[in-house]
Design a protein around this ligand. Structure first.
Ligand SMILES: NC(=O)c1ccc[n+]([C@@H]2O[C@H](COP(=O)([O-])OP(=O)(O)OC[C@H]3O[C@@H](n4cnc5c(N)ncnc54)[C@H](O)[C@@H]3O)[C@@H](O)[C@H]2O)c1
Length: 339
C-alpha cells in the first residue's frame, strides 16, 4: 500500500468541489485551501443557506444540486460530506461523470449500498475513489502497524479498545438524520466507533469472526444504538474486544491497547510501548487544528493530500470502497445479531 502523507504536495492544478456543507465540510474546505495546487471550484448543499455560507467563506460558486455542480464546474475531485444515506447516490453520479471522489466514512449506510458503489467503481477503474478513514494516517497507528509488522515484539496476543464519548440531545436535534437508522444506518458503531473497528482490523489482522451487542441505554428520541460491545477473532489467532458508547459523561480519548509476547502498546492520544525488558518508549501524536472537533483527529489533511498526490497513479487509492466497507460489514453483522 502507498500512502504516507509526507507533504510532497500535489502534481499540477487540481480542481475540487465539496458536496454537503455541514459540520465536517469545514475540515475538507480548509484542507483544500491549504493544499498547494488544489483549487476549490464549487460547493453544494441541498440547504441553499449552508451552500451559500460555504461559498461566501471559501470563495467559490454554490449549487443546491450536485448534478448541476458536476455539469457546470467539472471538478477533478469531489469530496462527499453528506449524511450517510446520500454517500453512494452522490458518489455514483461522480463516477458516472468521470470525477474522482473522496467519500466521508462510512462508505454507505447499508452493505447493499456499499456493494452498489463497489460495482460502480469496478466499472470505472479509471476513476479514483477514496474513503475518509483518516485515523489510518495517525502517527501512532502507523507506528503500531510498523512495529507489529516488523515481528520484533513477538506474536500479537490480543487487544482492546474503548470509545467513550458524549453526544448530547442537541447533537441529534441539530442533525436529525444522525438519530434515524434509515438515514444513518445506525448509531455509535457506524457513526463513531467505525474508525476504531477499522483500526483494530488494520492493526491486528483480518477479522474472521465477529460477535457483538448494540443497544440504546442513554439516548431518547432516536432509534439508533448508543452503546455496543464487540468481540473480534483475527486471522493469526489474536482476539480483541471493543466497547463503544456515546452515552459517556465526557469525551475521553479513544484508547487502544495491544498485547504482544514482548510488549504492551497503548494508544491514548500518544503511543506508549512498554517492553518486557523494562524499556518504555513514547511516540507523540502531533495535535494540529484542522478546523474540526478535537475528537475527529488531525489526520484528515494527510489523507486528503495523499489522495490528491496519488490521483494520477495507475493503481487505485489504497482505502477504496472495498477496503472502506470492511468495518461496515463487521458492523452490519453485529446489527443482524441483535435483530
Ligand atoms: N471522518 C470523520 O472523523 C468524520 C467526522 C464527522 C463527520 N463525518 C462524516 O461526514 C459526513 C457528514 O457529517 P456532518 O456531521 O458534517 O453532517 P451534517 O448534517 O452537518 O452535514 C451534511 C450536509 O449535507 C447536506 N446534504 C444532505 N443531502 C445532500 C445531497 N444529496 N447533496 C448535497 N448536500 C446534501 C445537508 O443539508 C447538510 O448540510 C457523515 O458521513 C459523517 O459520518 C466524518
Amino acid at each position: 500500500m502507498a500512502a504516507n502523507g509526507d507533504g510532497e504536495g500535489v502534481r499540477g492544478r487540481i480542481t475540487a468541489a465539496v458536496i454537503g456543507c455541514g459540520d465536517v465540510s469545514a475540515v475538507h474546505l480548509r484542507a483544500i485551501e491549504k493544499l498547494a495546487g488544489a483549487e476549490l471550484v464549487g460547493v453544494c448543499d441541498t440547504d441553499p443557506a449552508r451552500a451559500a455560507a460555504a461559498a461566501q467563506r471559501y470563495g467559490a460558486p454554490w449549487f443546491a444540486d450536485h448534478r448541476q455542480l458536476l455539469g457546470s464546474v467539472r471538478p477533478d475531485v469531489v469530496h462527499v460530506c453528506t449524511p450517510h444515506h446520500q454517500h453512494v447516490a452522490v458518489a455514483v453520479d461522480c463516477l458516472d461523470a468521470g470525477v474522482a471522489v473522496l467519500i466521508e466514512k462510512p462508505v454507505a449506510h447499508t452493505v447493499a449500498e456499499a456493494d452498489r458503489l463497489i460495482a460502480a467503481a469496478r466499472a470505472r477503474p479509471d476513476v479514483k475513489v477514496g474513503i475518509c478513514l483518516q485515523n489510518r494516517y495517525n502517527t501512532t497507528a502507523r507506528t503500531v502497524r510498523d512495529l507489529l509488522g516488523s515481528g520484533d515484539l513477538g506474536p500479537v496476543r490480543g487487544g482492546s479498545a474503548m470509545v467513550l464519548w458524549h453526544r448530547d440531545p442537541a447533537y441529534y436535534q441539530a442533525r436529525p438524520w444522525r438519530g434515524r437508522v434509515r438515514e444513518s444506518g445506525g448509531g455509535v458503531l457506524i457513526n463513531q466507533a467505525i474508525h476504531t473497528l477499522d483500526l483494530m482490523e488494520w492493526l491486528l489482522g483480518d477479522v474472521q469472526r465477529v460477535r457483538g451487542h448494540a443497544g440504546r441505554y442513554g439516548l431518547d428520541g432516536v432509534d439508533i444504538e448508543d452503546t455496543a460491545s464487540v468481540l473480534l477473532d483475527h486471522a493469526g489467532g489474536a482476539r480483541s474486544v471493543v466497547f463503544a458508547t456515546v452515552a459517556n459523561a465526557v469525551d475521553s480519548p479513544v484508547t487502544i491497547e495491544i498485547v504482544t509476547e514482548r510488549a504492551v502498546l497503548v494508544i491514548r492520544g500518544d503511543l506508549t510501548v512498554s517492553h518486557a525488558d523494562g524499556r518504555v518508549e513514547t511516540v507523540a501524536e502531533p495535535v494540529v487544528s484542522t478546523g474540526g472537533r478535537g475528537y475527529w483527529g488531525a489526520s484528515h489533511e494527510r489523507l486528503i493530500e495523499d489522495f490528491y498526490r496519488t490521483l494520477s497513479d495507475p493503481e487505485p487509492f489504497w482505502i477504496g470502497p472495498r477496503e472502506g466497507a470492511r468495518s461496515l460489514r463487521l458492523i452490519d453483522q453485529i446489527y443482524h445479531q441483535n435483530r
